[in-house]
Design a protein around this ligand. Structure first.
Ligand code: HEM
Length: 428
């Protein structure tokens, strides 16, 4: 094979069907990088045909922005918050370099690191994603306020770089936050169309962090799968309502720049093209909801359960008319309904990308511990999430059926190019 043919074939590897098992098999001989020699390529391609993975389910890790924000929501999320245990900034930098490398690899459906056949060492990759496709895996990293200053300590000499927006969220009325679901120096949001792929990603990243950072809390989440809903309509939440109807348009650069991406002049330059992520672990009292009549349920949201249309309209995507009155003079959309309050005057828009969760039983009450892992991305928490949540926490009819049990805020770093690393703009 000529050198040219070799490179064409190597390039086409990323768009051909390649599964992790193929990589493991071939890499066992002596590592992925070493193996891709002229003779290796042919055999590699021949065993890739017909395997589960295809370029169609690979989301590129590299780019101006991190993936997993405007990416079409995958079927599952595995969210993890971490505490940094090292006090060395160099350690942090090397952690982000290793994470970048591993995340880029896993996003392509490949195992992490070179694989070893040395039976006296633990394998580099934990192996449970072997043979599985990339499954649209995205991995999104963020940094929390406590990475900058904790107990009045400027931990890594980053204090001057802390954005004004990156501070603990204020306490909202009715908050019932628990330490075990709150805060974090760092976060990893792994989303994939396969839960095992998402879990594998977080597990391996936590493993890499050993000696530098530890898991603080974690929450898996789900929505209906695309297999179950061929039309891929708006997913329904655990109260049975379509959730995610009104969101800024991720295909509109203008809207994303206005509502999601941090812009020049917004704050420190290192966060430009990044975004703020608000996480709220909200328990939903599904047993109480299930005893509530349909009219009351619909009044709670201000939308019809069946169609998802706002009151007074027919279709899900019809415009919400908050000024509309019924013939008797009453507001068509109740003043204390969730959509009316969250919509406000329509000027505060956030990109909601949440997932349902179900963690078995709440041991204190004997009811389900289930709800919404609320994840929203915004350009400015103080101008977007906070005013919305202030309105909701004081008046939302939905509060009778939910309880905010966990909370965190992270600055999701800008994306990076191949050769760079996530966090480069912050640390260097
Ligand atoms: C368990 C808690 C929650 C549930 C079950 C829930 C459910 C819903 C549902 C069913 C809708 C209507 C359909 C749609 O547009 O997606 C909606 C809309 C919305 N929700 Fe929530 N939500 C929850 C918490 C929150 C929180 C904490 C916020 C932000 C502070 C929020 C912000 C919004 C916004 C901005 C809209 C769109 C309003 C508009 O029409 O402009 N939600 N939510």
């Amino acid at each position: 094979m000529s050198k040219k043919e070799y490179f064409i074939e190597e390039e086409s590897l990323s768009v051909k069907k390649v599964s992790r098992r193929d990589m493991l098999k071939t890499a066992g001989v002596g590592g992925v990088g070493i193996l891709i020699g002229a003779s290796g390529i042919g055999s590699m391609l021949s065993i890739t045909e017909g395997k589960a993975s295809s370029a169609k389910d690979v989301v590129s890790f590299y780019g101006k922005h991190q993936s997993g924000i405007t990416t079409k929501p995958q079927n599952h999320v595995y969210f993890a918050a971490l505490d940094v245990t090292t006090s060395s900034k160099d350690d942090l930098i090397s952690l982000f370099k290793e994470w970048t490398y591993a995340a880029a690899s896993m996003s392509e459906g490949k195992p992490i690191g070179e694989l070893t056949s040395n039976e006296f060492l633990p394998p580099k990759d934990t192996g449970e994603a072997e043979g599985l496709s990339a499954s649209n895996l995205t991995i999104t990293f963020g940094v929390g306020p406590s990475l900058f200053v904790k107990d009045n300590q400027d931990r890594f000499g980053l204090k001057l770089k802390q954005p004004k927006e990156l501070v603990d969220l204020p306490a909202f009325s009715l908050d019932a936050l628990e330490e075990e679901w709150t805060g974090g120096d760092l976060c990893i949001q792994a989303c994939a169309d396969d839960m095992q792929v998402a879990f594998h990603a977080v597990r391996n990243l936590i493993r890499i962090a050993r000696g530098k950072a530890v898991l603080r809390w974690a929450q898996p989440g789900f929505q209906r799968t695309k297999q179950a809903d061929a039309k891929e309509g708006t997913p329904r939440n655990l109260f049975g309502f379509k959730d995610g109807t009104v969101n800024p348009d991720v295909k509109s650069e203008k809207q994303m720049n206005e509502h999601v991406w941090v812009q020049p002049g917004d704050g420190p330059n290192w966060l430009q093209n990044g975004s703020y992520l608000v996480v709220r672990r909200i328990q939903m009292f599904i047993e109480v909801w299930d005893r509530t009549n349909l009219k009351e349920q619909e009044n709670t949201f201000g939308r019809y359960r069946d169609t998802g249309a706002p009151f007074g309209q027919k279709n899900e995507f019809d415009k919400l008319d908050i000024h509309h009155k019924q013939p008797n003079g009453e507001d068509t959309i109740p003043v204390d309904s969730h959509v009316r309050l969250s919509h406000g005057d329509g000027s505060q828009q956030i990109l909601r990308r949440g997932y349902s969760y179900s963690n078995g039983m709440d041991l204190k009450t004997g009811s389900f511990d289930a709800g919404l892992l609320f994840l929203s991305f915004q350009r400015s928490p103080s101008k977007q999430f906070i005013p919305i949540q202030k309105r909701l926490s004081s008046m939302d009819k939905l509060n009778e059926y939910i309880s905010h049990r966990g909370s965190a805020l992270f600055a999701c770093l800008p994306g990076t190019k191949n050769g760079g690393f996530i966090g480069e703009t912050l640390f260097t």
